[in-house]
Design a protein around this ligand. Sequence first.
Ligand SMILES: N[C@@H](CCC(=O)N[C@@H](CS)C(=O)NCC(=O)O)C(=O)O
Length: 113
Amino acid sequence: MRLYVCWNTSVGPIGDGFHPCGKAYRALREAGHDPEVVKARGLRLLPDALFNRTEGRREVRRLTGSTTVPVLVTDDDEVIAESGAIEAWAAAHPVGSRAAGSGRGEADASASV
Ligand SMILES: N[C@@H](CCC(=O)N[C@@H](CS)C(=O)NCC(=O)O)C(=O)O
């Protein structure tokens, strides 16, 4: 699975869950997933034509029609935007459950110490 984020996956200095990309990443890790993190650097407040040209940003826009992150692409190629929706998906799809999908790429993550 791939998680498109802005600049990083920290939860932020101002209280728990302040940063949407960090919240999404944390929820996936807590559910046992080890997503490939794709940094879609940019700033959507600035004109896309000049500032949001990184490959990650362009891919996010292709997937969702928007440059807002976080965006999750699951192992089953389901595209999920919005940190809250990603958190809900993670809670409903912990690694090891049938709901987690194909399970591709997850065995190593759960085996590592
Ligand atoms: N409601 C959205 C908010 C997402 C959001 O604010 N994302 C930030 C990055 S953490 C963003 O896209 N900021 C503008 C930018 O990066 O261009 C969510 O919870 O996912």
